[in-house]
Ligand binder design. Structure first.
Ligand SMILES: [Zn+2]
Length: 265
């Protein structure tokens, strides 16, 4: 059972059928995990476990989404990595996605599925039209999650042909492809001058609605100019750009690109 399956099984066992009912404190309590909110030093959350009792200490920051993700992340460690203690930088995709810490990634995956379980999340992105940022912000409000966590879930739920990525002036920080996107597409390491994200990084101009874009603004492949995609981007912390790309269906059916068969991720 994957970390995501484990989280969703808990939601199902508790009979939770709406986002408002995902009460992370109650879910922790039910699992024998006490949650304390007090300032932490050098991390966002800690978990200390002893036999069947654990204490999660959560930094009581002002952002509800981050706080909930922290609790869910520690519940993940509690279920998946029993017997160990953790100091975590939670809901920090910059570190957790870009790093190779498998236990942190697992706890993040667990948290993502606990807060946004597929049976509740998927219908909200399956409405027929690809969700723009306003729709995604509305979904984040319903699930009480951060925008970044919601974007990441949008990619991992694999319902739409979407790529979510984070770029800084120094290049790509991390990227997530929906699983069904062919492996032949190689995302550029640097933001292209023709992309909307370039304008965002240079002049702070966000693009919250779908913007049509030639795929060669984003992909290295020689034939990328034959395809189109939709690009949106918003500012993230540290002066970075969070990017959501929806690929047109022809990109999913494109033949293998032997010129770029180099694993160039
Ligand atoms: Zn952790």
């Amino acid at each position: 059972m994957t970390a995501g399956d484990c989280a969703e099984a808990i939601i199902s066992d508790l009979g939770i059928d709406s986002p408002e009912d995902v009460d992370v404190d109650a879910i922790a309590f039910d699992a024998g995990l006490e949650v304390i909110y007090e300032p932490t030093v050098g991390c966002e959350a800690t978990l200390v476990g002893f036999e069947n009792r654990g204490i999660a200490t959560i930094n009581p920051g002002p952002v509800v989404g981050r706080r909930r993700f922290s609790v869910a992340h520690e519940i993940g460690h509690w279920h998946l990595h029993r017997g160990r203690s953790f100091k975590c930088r939670v809901d920090d995709a910059d570190n957790n996605l870009a790093s190779s810490q498998p236990l942190e990634k697992e706890a993040d995956t667990f948290a993502s599925h606990l807060l946004m379980p597929g049976p509740l999340f998927n219908p909200r992105v399956d409405s027929g039209k690809y969700p723009d940022f306003d729709v995604l912000a509305d979904i984040a409000t319903q699930f009480k999650t951060s925008l970044m966590a919601t974007f990441i879930r949008l990619a991992t739920c694999n319902r739409l042909p979407v790529v979510v990525a984070c770029y800084g002036n120094d290049g790509r920080r991390w990227t997530l492809f929906a699983k069904d996107i062919p492996k032949r597409w190689f995302l550029k390491r640097k933001v292209d001058e023709d992309s909307f994200a370039y304008d965002l990084l240079k002049s702070g101009k966000e693009r919250r609605q779908h913007g049509k874009q030639s795929a060669d603004a984003w992909f290295e492949n020689d034939d990328a100019g034959n395809f189109e995609l939709s690009e949106q981007c918003v500012a993230s912390f540290g002066g970075r750009a969070l990017v959501v790309l929806y690929l047109e269906s022809a990109m999913l059916e494109a033949q293998p690109d032997w010129n770029n068969y180099n694993g160039g991720k």
